[in-house]
Write a protein that binds this ligand. Structure first.
Ligand SMILES: *[C@@H]1O[C@H](CO)[C@@H](O)[C@H](O)[C@H]1NC(C)=O
Ligand SMILES: *[C@@H]1O[C@H](CO)[C@@H](O)[C@H](O)[C@H]1NC(C)=O
Ligand SMILES: *[C@@H]1O[C@H](CO)[C@@H](O)[C@H](O)[C@H]1NC(C)=O
Ligand SMILES: *[C@@H]1O[C@H](CO)[C@@H](O)[C@H](O)[C@H]1NC(C)=O
Length: 570
């Protein structure tokens, strides 16, 4: 019944969408250049405000012109903005900041950090900066890109996250103390994206450094999560990483889940990995079958497939871009146009938009300067050359300027209806929003390279090709060069051989088959827990009221919105 009702309403909205998308403005090269300059000046206004008022804190508070630590006390905005500097062509500042970070940032600190956020922002940001450092004119050490100071920092940060993965399921806890590992009272409940958003950074790390541990834990978590999908092929929103029970059973493509699907697709492309792609394609069937209504995506109960929340979330706007990567262009375009009408209705995307009501949802009216719709516009413009996507870019530049610009930076919008502001500028504004905007208007940027340019032979492997394009953006918009991963594979093989030899020397009786099966068999065995790093909760011990750890707000606040929180009562 609800389904039928929704479908009817959606039809009406859909027709409206088609009518309102009559051909619009074409952009000349001069106008493109104008927007590039404008976006650059937006970047510098925000970036210099951060340096002047907030550094070394994580983030700028744009209304009070000061700073605050948010995700871990690591000068996060600087790490997140580093590769954007290069993309805008600022080599000297890239060099200055890369050196500054090496000298000042320390991950041996007593901080409870989000495993997810630390991975995508810090590990991802440092990896990408490492791979771009030569292009930025930095002197690289022999062995680069398989070694280097920024790579060591990324590895350092990632090692701090490893204790979170030592669970019986291989799915990580949401929070880890960078100094002490997982806190004994840590909740085992985390969101789906918090389990499935590691393969890009962790496999890149493993392949660059030769240490397989990162890729192994990321894959184990993915396989473990895959096995928990429901009979109808969906995953929920929050899971208990000790018991594998789904605690929040809303299935959808937005908050709490989003980048899990993104990493299956992007991981399959970057690693040429069929297993990841086939997982995604299975999910995609169920998503289309149960959650998609007239090119909108709703939230449904993961076991029954019944609609639980007929809302569109701002975070879901990455989906059309992702679809373009697997060739589903028609569907991507229709969904993008649905979302663009919402942008035009408010001059931004509210966190939640009720599709039946065609309006914002109570307490979810904010727009924290998110990038997702702009990100999709970049992919779709690349795929089609249609200037509608540049119009979205122009609209975004103009609303961000008009609504959110303040003397000390850009402020999150607390309420998209009256344009009240919040004292926050998240680091993703410089890492993602500005970057995707700039890339949208800069079709000749090196990141759009289609393979005509490349660089040869810097890695230890002679057939090493770098910078040939095909960059994969992590979910914080940090680009990774997939070719670099191959550069280091020979080094990795040598390292394996060396390990074999050492193993032979120390254990003359061990057969090579044993050694090999230990190395490759990561699918079936539960991880061996190292008692010295023992974590939390023995089975059966009482848990404290769970503090849910996830990107953004606590999930109870997010999912109680329509009066429907799906908890497992048993
Ligand atoms: C690079 O960034 C720094 C710091 O904002 C600025 O002073 C400098 O003018 C910029 N250089 C270029 C070429 O944009
Ligand atoms: C980290 O979390 C634990 C457990 O909740 C708490 O006891 C500890 O004080 C926190 N540490 C910091 C630095 O916030
Ligand atoms: C689609 O959903 C229907 C029930 O609504 C189900 O019978 C069918 O098996 C589903 N197909 C796929 C491919 O999931
Ligand atoms: C290790 O020992 C086995 C048999 O003892 C041998 O077949 C294998 O080649 C050795 N591996 C290396 C790398 O020396």
């Amino acid at each position: 019944m609800l389904r039928l009702l929704c479908t009817t309403i959606l039809c009406v909205i859909h027709v409206f969408t088609l009518i309102s998308n009559a051909k619009g403005q074409e952009f000349t090269e001069l106008e493109m250049a104008h927007y590039r300059e404008k976006i650059k000046s937006m970047f510098y206004h925000a970036y210099n405000s951060y340096l002047d008022h907030a550094y070394p804190y994580d983030e700028l508070r744009p209304l009070t012109c000061d700073g605050q630590d948010t995700w871990g006390s690591v000068s996060l905005t600087l790490i997140d903005a580093l590769d954007t500097l290069l993309i805008l062509g600022n080599h000297t500042e890239f060099q200055r900041v890369a050196t500054l970070l090496q000298d000042t940032v320390d991950f041996d600190i007593d901080v409870n950090a989000s495993v997810f956020e630390t991975n995508i922002r810090v590990v991802g940001g440092l990896l990408s900066a490492h791979l771009l450092s030569k292009r930025a004119g930095m002197e690289v050490e022999p062995g680069w890109p398989c070694s280097g100071p920024l790579l060591r920092m990324a590895e350092d940060a990632a090692r701090k996250l490893l204790p979170a993965f030592q669970t019986p399921t291989g799915m990580p806890y949401g929070t880890v103390n960078l100094l002490r590992g997982v806190n004994p009272t840590e909740t085992p409940v985390t969101c789906t994206a918090g389990v499935g958003t590691f393969i890009l950074e962790f496999s890149a790390l493993s392949r660059l450094t030769g240490d397989p541990v990162f890729e192994d834990v990321a894959r184990k978590a993915l396989r473990s999560l895959w096995k928990t999908r429901s009979e109808i092929g969906l995953v929920g929103n929050h899971i208990d990483v000790l018991s594998k029970k789904w605690v929040a059973q809303d299935a959808g493509i937005g908050a709490g889940v989003d980048s899990y699907f993104e990493y299956l697709v992007k991981g399959s492309i970057m690693l040429q990995d069929e297993e990841l792609l086939s997982m995604f394609l299975e999910y995609d069937k169920a998503i289309k079958n149960y959650t998609k209504f007239d090119d909108w995506y709703l939230w449904v109960q993961m076991h029954k497939g019944t609609v639980s929340m007929p809302v569109f979330q701002s975070l879901e706007a990455f989906w059309p871009g992702l679809q373009s990567l697997i060739g589903e262009l028609d569907s991507a375009l229709r969904t993008f146009h649905n979302y663009y009408t919402v942008w035009r209705q408010f001059g931004g995307l509210p966190e939640f938009y009720s599709i039946p009501q065609g309006y914002t949802v109570d307490k979810r009216e904010g727009y924290p300067l998110r990038p997702e719709l702009i990100e999709s516009a970049m992919y779709l413009y690349k795929a089609t050359g249609d200037h509608t996507f540049l119009q979205l870019g122009r609209d975004a530049v103009e609303s961000i300027e008009k609504i959110t610009r303040v003397p000390c930076g850009y402020a999150s919008v607390k309420d998209i209806r009256d344009h009240k502001l919040d004292n926050r500028m998240e680091s993703f504004f410089l890492a993602e929003t500005i970057k995707y905007l700039y890339l949208l208007f800069d079709p000749d940027n090196f990141l759009h390279n289609s393979g005509l340019d490349f660089e040869l032979g810097t890695g230890p492997s002679e057939d090493c090709v770098l910078g040939a394009g095909g960059y994969i953006f992590n979910t914080e918009a940090h680009p990774l060069d997939p070719a670099a991963l191959h550069c280091c594979s020979r080094k990795q093989e040598e390292r394996r051989e060396l390990q074999d030899i050492l193993l032979n020397l120390s254990e003359p009786l061990a057969s090579p088959q044993d050694a090999q099966s230990q190395e490759t068999d990561s699918e079936t065995e539960p991880p061996v827990m190292d008692p010295s790093e023992s974590i939390a909760l023995k089975p059966g011990s009482r848990r404290k009221a769970p503090l849910l750890s996830c990107p953004m707000q606590p999930f109870s606040a997010r999912l109680a919105v329509m009066g429907q929180v799906f908890t497992d009562g048993t």
